[in-house]
Design a protein around this ligand. Sequence first.
Ligand code: CDP
Length: 217
Amino acid sequence: MYKSIAIDGPAGAGKSTIAKRLSEKIGFNYLDTGAMYRSYTYYFLANNIDINDEELINSKLDDINLSIEDNKFYLDGKDISKEIRSEQVTKNVSLVSSYRRVREKLVEMQRKIAKQSNIILDGRDIGSHVLKDASIKFFLTASAEERARRRLQDSKETNQDFEAVLADIKRRDDFDSTREITPLKQADDAILIDSTDLSEDGVIDLMKQYLEQNHVI
Ligand code: CDP
């Protein structure tokens, strides 16, 4: 049986960076589930499909040919890993992620991938829904201000200001935690890590300690 690690938490908590670095350190694979929702969102925007129309979205799902290799995301074989980080995708991804059929399709893919190796998955609903029996679950958070500050620091788009990024983070937190289907929520058995005052290395060391204590590694 392969081991799986779930890392959930709100936007900008550092999940992807931490998950990626931790996976390299402990020799696990890594799947960024947010990037899967971003890839679908990119597909709809690029093909001028109205993302407000859930029925239309449902009817297009079988046309999407998403593949993942080495943490890179491809649509019909074209690498879209950069495009899915755009401000436009970020603005629209929570709406697309709130649709039931979209979630069912991507969760099925996530579970299939998780079965194939030792792996870390990061997202919003991994511990609470996708991998309920994960070997260990973390809920990684930080204050909204700190998350906005980090997001701004990482952003390659130069025309963003702090208040706008903070507002988008708060809007997405709200949307993700109040949506009807598998909202963002800490699983009962998840370990809470507040990274507001922790460095990346600090978070990784702490997680490693928990992994050792719980015999995951
Ligand atoms: O990296 P960032 O925190 O900006 O977000 P992300 O992990 O790339 O996820 C983008 C969006 O996808 C989130 O705001 C959620 O709306 C959605 N998402 C989700 O619904 N379920 C997941 N397992 C992962 C992401």
